[in-house]
Write a protein that binds this ligand. Structure first.
Ligand code: HEM
Length: 292
């Protein structure tokens, strides 16, 4: 019984650490966007050292890229601590332990991908993989934290609907990442659709991104509208997801309209991560409400 009590405390600690790490991961994703749009991706041209030193001279692009690495290091330590507590209590809660150990694996892969991005001088597909793993890390941390801290909705909202929304959000985000990865960010200055200024490939990736983003926004608004009948937290979290998506949509349109200013590009990735976070959180709460 005493051992069970210790294990339960370990799981709660793992949950709080995972929650803190997921907040840091959100900021880290937005910071990553700042590194990219400020052209600081090669501020540290080598990896894992920076300019051949453990701590480089802190100035300009080097400061921005080195700051990103330090921030990532702190986040990684939190994820590692969370995974360690969860692993120690694996006999008490196997699923939480699995989710958080996989989050650690995902963030380690993410660190290596960050290094490969530098060593391949920012190859576009490696960039896309870097984005994919950051979203995977965020999802595993969120699921692990929700389970460890026993956050669940009762009665649960429709799990299948939220699973579909997770898939739709992943699609929109990866379509956005493809725009950036293929170098077509400025390839569709027309609104609402691309016009004669766009090449065929640029027009296609932008069209897919815009249509999918519109469908996701409408689905989230519809879901929030329907959730008013359930009320409580399930309703409020779906309202937050819909509001974040509406803000993201506005930022996306404004970014195109204003010819991609740096601030809006950073905000666009930060909000994308926040929409993803809200959708994954809602799915986790719904799933946990059903399984216990
Ligand atoms: C829920 C809605 C949306 C989500 C979740 C979303 C997500 C994303 C993501 C993740 C990226 C990649 C950013 C990066 O790697 O730095 C991106 C890029 C982009 N998106 Fe969206 N997007 C949404 C709506 C829109 C809309 C409505 C537009 C315009 C009509 C738009 C225009 C763009 C553009 C131009 C880029 C390239 C930005 C850059 O190079 O920094 N997005 N989007």
């Amino acid at each position: 019984m005493a051992v069970q009590g210790v294990r339960a405390v370990d799981i709660r600690r793992a949950g709080w650490l995972a929650l803190m790490a997921s907040v840091l991961t959100l900021g880290l994703i937005a910071y990553g966007s700042w590194v990219r749009v400020s052209g600081s991706g090669l501020g540290c041209p080598d990896w894992p050292l920076c300019e051949g030193a453990l701590v480089p001279e802190i100035e300009g692009a080097t400061a921005i890229e080195f700051g990103h690495r330090v921030y990532a290091g702190v986040t990684m330590l939190l994820v590692a601590a969370s995974a360690a507590f969860a692993f120690r209590a694996r006999t008490h809660d196997r699923l939480t332990s699995r989710l958080l150990v996989w989050a650690l694996v995902a963030i380690l892969v993410q660190a290596v991908l960050g290094g490969i991005t530098v060593l391949t001088e920012l190859h576009s597909m490696v960039r896309l993989a870097h984005l994919t793993f950051s979203l995977l890390t965020l999802a595993l941390l969120t699921g692990g934290a929700a389970r460890a801290l026993k956050v669940r909705f009762s009665p649960p909202p429709d799990v299948r609907r939220w699973r579909a929304l997770v898939i739709a959000a992943a699609f929109v985000v990866l379509a956005g990442g493809t725009i950036v990865g293929t170098g077509h960010s400025a390839g569709c200055p027309g609104l609402p659709l691309c016009d004669a200024r766009s090449g065929t490939e640029a027009a296609w990736v932008h069209l897919v991104h815009r249509v999918a983003a519109t469908a996701l926004l409408l689905a989230l608004i519809w879901t929030a509208w329907q959730a008013r009948r359930v009320g409580g937290w399930a309703f409020w979290v779906s309202v937050i997801a819909a509001l974040l998506a509406a803000a993201q949509f506005t930022v996306g349109v404004s970014a195109v309209w204003l010819r991609l200013p740096q601030e809006l590009r950073i905000m666009h990735l930060g909000l994308a991560a926040a929409v993803w976070w809200a959708v994954v959180a809602q799915f986790s709460f719904a799933l946990l409400g059903r399984t216990r």
